[in-house]
Design a binder for this molecule. Structure first.
Ligand code: DGJ
Length: 511
């Protein structure tokens, strides 16, 4: 999925032509993630208006892209802001979470049977309608809720929630976590984590029931997304959203919501090590890696490759439409042509071969890497005396991608522009490369701001080798169509990728 998510208020048929489609076209996205608003869909209890959904699907078809629809239901970023007005007007029937000191929190309670029933009714109506109007499968996946959880508190402390908290931990959860049956209350089993794990379980159960009901009507792939916690220095709520599928409660969510096919991280971190750690944490044997949202700054474009290298099935920068609302993520740069171009560079190369790449990745034949920032020089050693403190600091050390191993060959990736451009390295960490093995001595290679080279490995290690043939081209209906051969300057320093989308098929030769 070469995706992009549009702004929260952009999924209106009248807005798409000017705000969304030009950007998606420039991006070469093959899939667009668009919200579906409960408040619009069910203006009166039990009365559904599918006109907006119909408009989104029809326009997506006309623009030859697939859709992932995002159910902005009971939770949107932890709040109930997309529930219909008739629900908001009945806070007793559709209650919010009560904080530890009795304060009201702007977050719906997962312990409210009427909210659950209403969400199930609306979500199943929506899924049933999709089944009816979309035999062509323009909509490939649905997100159930949006970052469901609670900001500013750890769980619901209402009397009803408190009773559940004091009751034994459900047997199903204990079994799923490999804990002994009858282990006791939440506090007894989970100690300091009890409040957060309790909230995660009950939100997961709620979302899981909505997902299961929708899936029974129309079995599309379903997922839920998470606002994250710091993956390197974990703390506790309320420093992050409590109860949503953060990395520490993935096993709880898996047990609570088996109808969800995957749990997905919304990655807005700007720190390289944290970004990569999140990718690792959400790539699990029981969880396909999908990045349904990430910051749209140009620097993040390289992580498309890092994600692919971990087997990701989809990637979508957030807010790359032309709405340019002031409500862009705090701290994120406004949408610029440079942002769009950075992500477009990836998608222009991958769009014609998305299926081939997905298959090669699934078969374990693909490696992809993204440049990391240089390691900062070591701080002066105070113990070594004043001379050390005033010495010229050591230069930052550029990060080299480790060799990529394939059957019979290793590949090396060096980050930097083309040889002969004067500069030896990228000024910013923007390099990226992807290689996939097509045959014993044949590879598919693409990248940006990087040079790729090979050396024989295994039984052939140390043998002299050459490029036998390097063809630039692209896939058309599953067949690679060369347009020219690279040789001379284009191969003597390795395969050089810069600011244009180029894909090569390489045949290697050992003597
Ligand atoms: C994460 C949410 O899931 C999105 O809907 C959006 O609100 C972004 N944050 C940032 O604006």
């Amino acid at each position: 999925m070469l995706g992009a998510q549009i702004h929260n208020s952009s999924a209106w048929p009248a807005v798409l032509p000017t705000v969304v489609w030009p950007a998606m076209q420039a991006l070469h996205a093959n899939t667009v993630e668009m919200p579906v608003y409960w408040e619009q869909l069910e203006p009166e209890p039990g009365k559904f208006d599918f006109s907006v959904v119909d408009g989104l699907v029809a326009q997506a078809r006309a623009h030859h892209v697939r859709l992932v629809l995002l159910w902005f239901g009971t939770w949107k970023n932890g709040s109930n802001h997309y529930t219909p007005a008739w629900m908001k007007r009945q806070p007793q029937r559709y209650p919010n979470v009560v904080g530890a000191t009795g304060q009201p929190l702007d977050s719906p309670s997962p312990h409210a049977p009427a909210t659950l029933a209403a969400d199930i009714r609306a979500f199943t109506a929506f899924m049933g309608h999709l089944k009816l109007i979309d035999p062509a499968r323009t909509v490939i996946m649905v997100q159930v809720e949006n970052e469901p959880g609670t900001w500013g508190g750890v769980r619901d402390f209402s009397p009803a929630a408190q009773r559940l908290f004091e009751a034994p931990v459900p047997a199903g959860l204990l079994a799923a976590l490999g804990k002994p049956a009858g282990a006791g209350s939440w506090q007894a089993v989970f100690g300091e984590d009890a409040d957060e794990f309790f909230h995660a379980w009950f939100i997961g159960r709620f979302v899981g029931q909505v997902a299961a009901a929708g899936k029974a009507v129309y079995p599309l792939p379903l997922y839920t997304n998470a606002a994250l916690r710091d993956p390197l220095r974990p703390s506790r709520p309320p420093s992050y959203e409590s109860g949503d599928p953060t990395d520490n409660v993935l096993a709880i969510w898996k047990a609570a919501a088996p109808a969800l096919d995957l749990l997905a991280p919304d990655i807005y971190m700007t720190d390289d090590a944290r970004y990569r750690r999140v990718l690792e944490l959400y790539q699990r044997p029981d969880n396909a890696l999908l990045i349904p949202e990430t910051g749209s700054q140009a620097a993040n474009a390289r992580y498309f490759y890092a994600a692919l290298g971990l087997g990701a099935i989809g990637f979508a920068p957030f807010g790359l439409d032309l709405a340019n609302f002031a409500d862009s993520p705090p701290g994120a740069p406004a949408l610029t042509a440079a942002n769009l171009a950075a992500f477009a560079l990836n998608y222009r190369a991958f769009a014609p071969m998305a299926r081939e790449v997905a298959r090669l990745n699934f078969e374990g034949k693909l490696r992809a890497v993204a440049e990391a920032p240089p390691t900062p020089p070591a701080a002066p050693d105070a113990a070594a005396g004043p001379a050390a403190a005033t010495a010229t600091p050591a230069p930052a050390v550029a990060q080299l991608a480790p060799p990529l191993h394939f059957a019979g060959w290793d590949a090396t990736v060096a980050y930097g522009p083309r040889v002969g451009t004067g500069a030896g390295a990228n000024a910013q960490p923007i390099g990226r490369a992807m290689l996939a093995q097509l045959g014993p001595d044949e590879f598919l290679v693409t990248g940006a701001y990087a040079r790729v080279n090979f050396r024989p490995a295994g039984a052939a290690a140390g043998k002299p080798w050459q490029f036998m043939r390097v063809e630039e081209g692209q896939y058309e209906n599953g067949v690679f169509k060369p347009v020219r051969i690279w040789n001379g300057d284009e191969t003597d320093w390795g395969l050089q990728f810069s600011s244009v989308p180029q894909v090569v098929r390489v045949r290697l030769y050992t003597r």
